[in-house]
Design a protein around this ligand. Sequence first.
Ligand code: ZN
Ligand code: ZN
Length: 215
Amino acid sequence: MAEQRGGTGIDSTTIKDIVRFHGHMCPGLAMGIRAAEVALSEVGPHSSDEEVVTITETDMCGVDAIQYLTGCTFGKGNLIHLDYGKNAYTFIRRSDSKAVRVSTRPGAFDRSPEHNELSAKVRNDSATDEERSRYKELRANRTEAILQASVGELYAVEKLESADIPPIARIHDSVACAGCGELTMETRVKQLEGRRLCPACFEAALSRQGSVESN
Ligand SMILES: [Zn+2]
Ligand SMILES: [Zn+2]
């Protein structure tokens, strides 16, 4: 791959595949592509097994590009979601514990006031046809700008000294829930009055008791 001073280093065929995987092209997906490039260059390559772990602090569009490009997926246990609502990712290579965290630079992902206004109108269904197409145009321009920017303009990249390396995914035994009877991974089962319950039945039993606390 030729060295890129700015602009995505991901080829257009791969980008098409990522768009197919995600369902559409959008600024969030473009941000995910750019973050994944850091993973590939700093701790890569694509993880066919569990050698690379991604900790994602968002569950929005960008994660799909991360999954596609890094090979870190929920099913393999090497994609861990922290529900922080930040477009930030930590990539860890297990073999030598090399780890980097990328976080969106303040301002890098901001939309223009016009874009924000149109976005609100589209969301509440009050946009005219012209406003809709202008919105699409602004979105496409923004996506393109993200793909053309240098990674450093979009993200702060920080090397971590000692990352907490999550344990390799293990297969746990399952037990039948005393409420619904469904097999539930043992580590997720909760005890209530001597009954072993799945999380859903546990929550339901608690709210029936009227003792559910907001948390
Ligand atoms: Zn999207
Ligand atoms: Zn149950």
